[in-house]
Write a protein that binds this ligand. Structure first.
Ligand code: ZN
Length: 444
């Protein structure tokens, strides 16, 4: 039994305790409440001067993109993609492992206990890239939801990516099914779950979208893709299909409570209603949307319509900072620039990054809030140091900190992953050296 006490506890399920405790038994939360924990054997951690929150959930990412940061600094999404696709054709299992380990280590240091990854570039001679990143996640010790991505619409067929980075449709579906059979764990405390994730309307055929949905539903796994990220995409869909991106994916069977979609910046009122009616989730990625000048998602309207919304850093090469805790502030600023100072509260932002994300992943019964019986995924932040001291509301201070508060402790599935701001599961210096060397090889 590990006990954290004397901390400000934000459960996200409704209650906050100014001086409370969280007790962990094995990989589950045993009790949460005000005052000290009941007497128990095992270590007791003094959380004085700290804020305890649920571990943060990252609902959209491309870990391999750590290899290609800082490129196409001032381009649109389509300009950025067309420059990077040929570079990404050079990734392999070794470089993907280095990128995933560095990226997940860095994410853990910003409070992330569960991360997705949307991997959609599989060079023919690249080796087993999914295995490479799943191995990296196990080494760092975070809960991992790799989404087996894919592209089958090359430039010669009217798509955006060059033909050499797309795969054959039957091969994609067979590899995706094999990945589910090998890695997907449906159990309550699963550390690995697979989702089916064709890349985007402009890099994937409608047939692959339809067949991917059928495969996911036959296997009982979730569906993920990019949608309505930019006006260029909207124009592409209107020209090619005579539909908005949301109408297009609905036609393909892609709205439902087993689907969550990245970005969803350009949704009209009708699309928001359809998302709400079907329970379709949204991964909100405010920093990436800002970096690429893609637009600002209608988060207030999505939340008012009761659409499930989680937070995502998006790929490392379109986020650049890759700090999940920083997305809380980004979401607040984007929402308030759109809709004024009441457009999103600090507590709503924390909820997006925790319970909202867990709901997008179909795991809100297991993750996303500090409640007895849920999995012990917990972040403990220092709010008494320089930069935070004197703040009157720890949740507000954290949400607006830009991810800068020191992470005192990160527990995933009952195991310590970060302590006193340092990774305990891996050597951060070695992760950095490995990813720098891998990046140099890929960019050579
Ligand atoms: Zn993305």
């Amino acid at each position: 039994m590990i006990v954290i006490e004397n901390a400000y506890v934000a459960t996200v399920s409704g209650d906050e305790y100014e001086s409370g405790h969280v007790a962990i038994d094995g990989n589950r939360i045993a009790s949460v409440g005000p005052g000290p924990a009941p007497d128990s054997p095992g270590p007791r951690i003094d959380g004085s001067g700290c804020l305890a929150t649920p571990g943060l959930v990252n609902t959209h990412h491309h870990l391999y993109q750590w290899l290609t940061r800082g490129l196409v600094q001032d381009g649109t999404l389509f300009e950025w993609l067309t420059t990077l696709y040929p570079v990404w054709a050079r990734i392999d299992a070794e470089s993907v492992h280095a990128a995933a380990a560095a990226n997940l280590g860095w994410l853990a240091l910003s409070g992330c206990t569960t991360s997705t990854d949307h991997h959609y570039v599989f060079p023919r001679e690249g080796g087993d890239l999914l295995e490479a990143e799943i191995t990296a996640a196990a080494e760092i010790g975070v809960r991992f939801h790799p989404c087996r991505g894919s592209m089958d619409l090359g430039r010669s067929q009217g798509g955006l990516p060059p033909d050499e980075v797309v795969e054959d449709r039957d091969q994609i579906l067979a590899a995706t099914e094999a990945a589910i059979d090998r890695w997907h764990d449906p159990s309550f405390d699963a550390m690995t779950r697979i989702a089916v994730a064709p890349c985007s309307p402009f890099s994937v055929t409608g047939d692959l979208m339809r067949e991917s949905a059928a495969l996911a539903r036959r296997k009982g796994v979730r569906l993920h893709t990019h949608l309505a990220e930019t006006l260029d995409e909207e124009e592409f869909c209107r020209e090619q299909f005579g539909l908005t991106p949301a109408e297009y994916v609905e036609d393909l069977g892609w709205l439902g409570d087993d689907v969550w979609l990245a970005h969803c910046v350009h949704l009209n009122d009708d699309a928001i209603k359809r998302f709400a009616d079907t329970g379709t989730g949204v991964a909100h990625c405010p920093t990436s949307n800002g970096r690429l000048g893609a637009g600002s998602a209608r988060v207030r309207e999505l939340l008012d319509a009761a659409v499930p919304v989680g937070m995502g850093v998006d790929g490392s090469a379109s986020n650049e900072a890759n700090r999940l805790a920083a997305e809380l502030q980004a979401a607040l600023l984007v929402a308030r620039l759109r809709g004024g100072p009441s457009a999103l509260t600090a507590r709503e932002s924390l909820r997006l990054a925790t319970l909202g994300g867990a709901r997008c992943l179909g795991r809100d019964a297991e993750l996303g809030s500090l409640e007895p019986g849920k999995l012990a995924d917990i972040a403990v932040w220092r709010v008494d140091g320089l930069g935070a001291a004197g703040g009157v509301d720890p949740v507000w201070t954290f949400a607006f900190s830009g991810g800068a508060l020191p992470l005192e402790l990160l527990i995933v599935n009952g195991e310590v992953v970060v302590e006193h701001g340092e990774l305990v599961t891996a050597d951060a210096g070695a992760l950095a050296r490995n990813v720098a060397a891998a990046s140099e090889r890929v960019l050579a």
